[in-house]
Design a protein around this ligand. Sequence first.
Ligand code: AMP
Ligand code: ZN
Length: 461
Amino acid sequence: MKILLNNTLSKKKEEFRPIKKGQVGLYTCGPTVYSYPHLGNLRAYIVWDVLKRFLDSEGLKVKHIMNLTDVGHLTSDADSGEDKLEKAAKKEGKNAWEIADFFIQVFKDNLKELNILPPSKFVRATKTIKEQIKFVQILEKKGFLYQTSDGLYFDTSKISDYGKLANIQNIDLQEGARVEKNKEKKNITDFAVWKFSPLDFQRDMEWNSPWGKGFPGWHLECSVMSQMYLGDTFDIHTGGVDHLPIHHPNEMAQSEAATGKLQAHYWMHNEFLKFKDGKMSKSAGTTFDLTDLEKKNISPLAFRYFVLQAHYRKSLNFSWEALEAAQTGLVNIVRDITGRKLGKKVNQKYLEKFQKSLSDDLNTPQALAVLQELLADDQIEDGEKMATIYKMDEILGLDLKNLVKKSLTFSNEEKNLLKQRQVARVNKDWNLSDQLRDQLKEIGIEVEDTKDGQKATRVNL
Ligand code: AMP
Ligand code: ZN
């Protein structure tokens, strides 16, 4: 099937043509592991998970690389401020290595809860320091760098089309005020590839290099890892729109300077998850994470469903009401399919319509509408309907098979209540039966009286 993807680089939807037939090299900028990933971050990883699953379902073998930023990301996103990990470590009374280990595990656990497939390889920035130093040496040899009192900088004026991804020259000039001015920089867009350790305190993470003790600039890791695992030029590079003004132009500039080749053919960016129309961001204190969902009894999969209801290039407003509505929507799907027999034959008409939606730049809201249309179609026999829905879910990743299983699994205590209600009905004790129905509802189980008897479904996912 012809797959159209919106390419930020060419600023249009383009047919996806892999470099090597049947294979895709995919790079996703990973998290900075200094705190709990917020729901905005997780939106990004859900979207790229669907992209990967979709490409895979189209018969393409996807090699997916994701970095884990455990060093070098400074609080300004540019080259000023503290290292986010060192700052978190200080605050928690731990060292940066402990912070990194802890939040890498949290991130991996979050992915599992959201049914996001892990990449082919996770790579920690601190595991590639040797390669990063070598990369800087190449840039230095080619004459792209200059030294200041705090580090080694990339001279962006040496790249004729610097910022081509988002025409950032204008954005950056406007935003210059936001970033603390570094008077030693030759151009406002120049960025550090290697920072020197401060003289007044010892960092937890620092390495010797030909330029002195220090640590790599934030953008370097992605250039190095993508080259190590996917080659000089690979197929698709993904990340959030916040990477458009700084991180991606810099990553691209240094990669292309080092190799003389285009780094990636397709660049894809997800829009923000917003809270009250502002970006959900850790630094602004307007973030929620999976632990907040748990407190409100909202399943991570309901959040996944919520994310898929919007197109990835549209910003999405977060509210508890919207999330609760998404949870109800998902529960309704689960209730609808629970108890239906599963066949083998997939309905091609619906499946093709579903795939066609996704092949139009990953139109997940439309794909979900096709799933709903199929659910409501009485002409399709149960077995075929279920086989098709599960096939669709291989891409959506709502984990419907498991949710159905879960909705039919009861604890002994719950089984006991259900049994008591059955007995009450046999005894025509309608008061007791109603009372038990309410009691069951309170613990998240709904009962329906059908001609075949009482049918119970768990409705809290
Ligand atoms: P970070 O941990 O800050 O490096 O971000 C991890 C990923 O989340 C990156 O791809 C960001 O572009 C993305 N991201 C950050 N904030 C948001 C947001 N509010 N909505 C969607 N994606 C975001
Ligand atoms: Zn990156």
